[in-house]
Design a protein around this ligand. Structure first.
Ligand code: GUN
Length: 292
């Protein structure tokens, strides 16, 4: 069994991005610039946005955050998006989710200029991805595909079972892995809340991707001997033996499952760091495309 070290791969990619950004700055006196719009004060969102700023800084990119109050109206948010759509200094931006309930998320995502949609959530980018055309891939699926590529895990002809059909992970990933691409060319099964006998599917998987949002859902009896297991979940579990009072776990019961796998991603240190670095890859790509 080999542990897929997402932290190390993400650090290596960051070094590559840093070198490319340094060269861009040398040649053009410009640097890629990522912005985030943060509505309200959700603590998890505050943490995500702060870590995105830190990531940008670590590779020499510029970043900025537009903070709006919890009571911001939809039209005020649309005005901010429109401002960023127009601002030539900003190559890409994200609207941090979740948004307050009075704001229509679909309308907001649909108003982002697809050329600056580095989250890859706009229907235009998702549609292009589905057709195998150049687009921004959503960060988590992009990070996972990059992990498979860098570990040279053979995907062609393999049966990949994806647990979860979210718009930002399960659905796009199932498309990316089924397309005629490398990594790709998988036969893909998606399981979701209405799937019967999930275990019958998961035990057929050469590659099992758990993005179901339930702590330690995948147990050893659900996994085929020699499978590649990718764990997208991250959950805080009360743990009095830790100074923080909690430990982190994924959608996979790692202690049980690891022994049966050929490869497995740990939590933390697997998919998470790859998601962060994928946003930087998209921002660099947006910068380069804007300059053409
Ligand atoms: N909230 C949690 N993850 C994400 C993400 O990848 N992008 C955005 N915009 N919001 C999030």
């Amino acid at each position: 069994m080999q542990i897929i070290d997402g932290k190390a791969v993400a650090a290596a990619i960051k070094e590559e991005i840093k070198a490319e950004v340094a060269q861009i700055i040398d040649n053009t006196d410009e640097s890629p610039h990522l912005s985030a719009i943060l509505v309200g004060h959700d603590p998890a969102s505050e943490t995500y946005v702060a870590s995105k700023e830190k990531d940008c800084k670590s590779v020499g990119m510029m970043s900025s955050v537009y903070r709006l109050s919890e009571r911001t109206t939809e039209s005020e948010l649309l005005e901010t998006i429109n401002f960023l759509n127009q601002d030539e200094e900003i190559n890409g931006f994200i609207v941090q989710l979740p948004l307050p309930r009075h704001i229509n998320v679909e309308k907001i995502i649909g108003s982002i200029d697809p050329k600056k949609d580095v989250d890859g959530f706009h229907p235009y980018n998702l549609g292009k991805m589905m057709l195998g055309q150049e687009s921004f891939f959503p960060a988590t699926p992009y990070g996972i595909v990059e992990l498979l590529r860098r570990y040279k895990i053979d995907t062609a002809g393999k049966h990949c079972v994806v647990l979860g059909r979210s718009n930002i992970v399960g659905t796009p990933l199932s498309v990316m892995l089924s397309r005629k691409s490398d990594p790709g060319n998988c036969t893909v099964t998606i399981c979701h809340s209405q799937t019967r006998n999930i275990k019958e599917h998961t035990t057929q998987a050469d590659i099992l991707i758990a993005a179901i949002g339930q702590p330690e859902f995948v147990t050893a009896d659900m996994v085929k001997e020699g499978a590649v297991v990718i764990d997208v979940g991250i959950h805080r579990i009360a743990d009095q033996s830790k100074r923080s009072g909690y430990s982190l776990t994924g959608d996979v019961n790692y202690n049980e499952v690891a022994a049966k796998c050929s490869y497995i991603t740990p939590v933390p240190g697997g998919v998470g760091p790859m998601t962060s670095v994928a946003l930087l890859m998209n921002t660099l790509k947006a910068f380069k495309a804007n300059r053409k």
